[in-house]
Design a protein around this ligand. Structure first.
Ligand SMILES: Nc1ncnc2c1ncn2[C@@H]1O[C@H](COP(=O)(O)OP(=O)(O)OP(=O)(O)O)[C@@H](O)[C@H]1O
Ligand SMILES: [Mg+2]
Length: 371
């Protein structure tokens, strides 16, 4: 058996403070060679600060950052084997596309013929063959972003750091570029560290995701782990759509909690971390886990049945959903509409039953942070 490969990136208890505010709070993780790693978190949680420390633009107050197994203490940004793609891409408008891509090579002293050859080859690989002589402002937003990525990849970095690179693009183009980015990363095999506050981007693109909140990771896992086994209420609420129900644990039976809300709705869920009887809890039920039924008898045996009144119908093709007001409490509850057309004639104001498998609903102590 071969020894495990040195991770391309290792962050060891890195800390960054700005006056009283700790932007990055003793964060540790590593990123395996050739993988697509995302950092997902809300605005202000410290994502850019973390990336700037990895790139070397700012120094950690404590801890260490290793790239390819080497400590980066005292190593300036232009001596690190990393490159960064920014949200507001910084292409040079006065230069041609080809000159933009060749810029870093020129700075490294690569001869003109060689730079042109490399830049042309890179433009071809990102689907912009023949665009070398164009001006930057002749390109669309998506094409410009591809130029920015080509300009970084041509330098063959160990790590490519991307700070919300699709943020400036419209929705349709984002969707398209998302797929392109994933294909580019797979084709080049370069390790990507990708920042986003968009959970669907992180899920689609990544091998692993660190969910960041207030300078720390709440959970680090595969997209499937984050979605199906969220470790904290924050992750359950941030990754994917979820109905969040606050209450107290009326009874705890093995891994099963009976939750009662302040308004008196009772439901069951699986305890994702230990819950004490009487404790304040938060339960989460995903819209696609809940099932609609015209009569309570249609729901599978073992599911508690609930009922509600249709408040609104949200048609969105494959993601269509219905918002219900749960009968006893008026709690607003979202349920995915099945694609069978069975509920195509559902009307606002109609009374309907619903249920869910308690094993697929999760429950945490309220305010639980580390699971
Ligand atoms: N140079 C600085 N001086 C003082 N405070 C800073 C500085 N840079 C960042 N901060 C603070 O650190 C925190 C984290 O900022 P950061 O830019 O890392 O957030 P972010 O997760 O990238 O947010 P966004 O998604 O909005 O880009 C914020 O509260 C911010 O105000
Ligand atoms: Mg940022």
């Amino acid at each position: 058996m071969s020894a495990p490969a040195t991770p391309d990136l290792e962050v060891r208890a890195a800390v960054k403070r700005f006056a009283e505010h700790t932007a990055v709070d003793a964060l540790s993780f590593s990123v395996a060679r050739g993988s697509f790693f995302s950092i997902l978190g809300p605005s202000g949680c410290g994502k850019t600060t973390l990336l700037r420390m990895i790139a070397g633009f700012i120094q950690p107050d404590d801890g260490d950052i290793l790239i390819g197994g080497n400590s980066m203490k005292g190593v300036g940004p232009n001596r690190r084997p990393v490159n960064m793609v920014f949200q507001q891409l910084a292409l040079f408008p006065m230069m041609s596309v080809g000159e933009n891509v060749a810029f870093g090579l020129a700075r490294r002293g690569v001869a003109r013929a060689e730079r042109t050859r490399k830049a042309d080859a890179m433009l071809e690989r990102v689907g912009l063959a023949g665009a070398a002589r164009k001006k930057v402002d002749e390109l669309s937003g998506g094409q410009r972003q591809r130029v920015a990525i080509a300009r970084s990849l041509v330098l063959e970095p160990t790590l490519l750091l991307l700070d919300e690179p699709l943020g400036a693009l419209d929705l349709k183009l984002r969707e398209h570029m998302k797929i392109e980015l994933k294909q580019l990363q797979a084709a080049f095999g370069t390790t990507f560290v990708y920042i986003t506050h968009d959970q669907s981007e992180a899920l689609v693109l990544s091998d692993h995701v660190g969910v960041m909140n207030r300078g720390r990771f709440e959970q680090l896992g595969t997209p499937q782990q984050l979605y199906y086994e969220p470790a904290t209420p924050f992750v359950a609420g941030f990754v994917g759509a979820n109905n969040r129900i606050a209450g107290t644990a009326l009874a705890v039976n093995g891994g099963r909690v009976t939750v009662r809300t302040a308004d008196g709705w009772t439901l069951e869920a699986r305890a994702s971390s230990p819950v004490a009887g009487g404790a304040a809890v938060e339960a989460f039920v995903r819209p696609e886990v809940a099932m609609l039924a015209r009569t309570a008898a249609e729901l599978p045996a073992g599911q508690a049945t609930h009922s509600g009144e249709v408040e609104s119908l949200l048609f969105d093709g494959a993601n269509s959903a219905v918002l219900l007001r749960e009968s006893s409490t008026k709690f607003e509850f979202r349920i995915a509409l099945p694609q069978t057309g069975q509920y195509a004639d559902l009307k606002v104001g109609e009374r309907i039953h619903f249920g869910f498998d308690p094993e697929r609903a999760t429950c945490f102590p309220a305010g639980d942070r580390h699971g």
